[in-house]
Design a protein around this ligand. Sequence first.
Ligand SMILES: Cc1cc2nc3c(=O)[nH]c(=O)nc-3n(C[C@H](O)[C@H](O)[C@H](O)COP(=O)(O)OP(=O)(O)OC[C@H]3O[C@@H](n4cnc5c(N)ncnc54)[C@H](O)[C@@H]3O)c2cc1C
Ligand code: FES
Length: 233
Amino acid sequence: MKNVLVESVSKSDWSALALISVRHADGSSPGQFYMVRTGDFPVVPRPYSVFLEEPKKGLTTFLVKERGLQTSRLLDLKPGDTLQLRGPFGKPFPVLDHPVLVAGGCGFAPLHYYATKYSYSSFFLGTETKEELAFLRLFRNMKTCYGDEMVTDLFLRANVDGPVISCGPSRMLRTLSQADRPAPVYVSLESRMACASGMCLGCPVKTRNGEIKFVCKDGPLFDGREVDWDWLI
Ligand SMILES: Cc1cc2nc3c(=O)[nH]c(=O)nc-3n(C[C@H](O)[C@H](O)[C@H](O)COP(=O)(O)OP(=O)(O)OC[C@H]3O[C@@H](n4cnc5c(N)ncnc54)[C@H](O)[C@@H]3O)c2cc1C
Ligand code: FES
């Protein structure tokens, strides 16, 4: 793994989310992720999507939401600390013709990177709290919600045309994939990972025709209509 210096850390109110920029830029593309570890924890590094890469500044930024022990350690990092990276892994998102972007929580990270590089028609975002929403409302004209209001409802009510790229909790991705719309829905899946290269067989996804694929090597983006959701969730 490569040791990299933390350049900056900025946190949302109540500190549930952080943007962590590190001195590293390796030509990642939207949709790709790094395996990340702090010191010797955890033994097996964990995946985090690239939120932004700025080659001229030599910086890569990750968006982290506190879930458990590793994410709380990441949120405690300060400028000048180090973390360990391996990657980038995963297939870049395809560049589509003005897709609709739909994000839930820290699923915002890869869609943010996509939206900084390519055009899109509209951007929907749902978060758990209004503090998280205030932190992530970074583009003009985003359609947003928080708390009990579901971003899937917001998106379906808006009745927008075109292909969708989405990232967020599995249930949100399932709802979008099963919506009655003619255009394709691509979903960026989460899974527990170890090797990130298809060797450990730790991140399987079953497709509706019975094939087993792997989130790290074949994804993380999949055609939502090809995923066997009953098997996955
Ligand atoms: C391709 C990919 C990209 C990711 N990008 C980001 C990102 O940009 N920002 C971010 O904050 N997180 C991201 N994650 C999720 C991140 O890897 C986990 O949140 C992290 O490993 C949790 O570690 P922890 O020790 O804090 O939590 P743990 O103590 O390990 O887990 C806390 C809770 O979260 C659940 N959980 C942990 N990891 C996952 C997972 N991968 N999928 C579903 N549930 C899980 C556990 O079951 C448990 O309920 C990504 C995951 C994948 C696969
Ligand atoms: S993490 Fe090992 S096969 Fe995907």
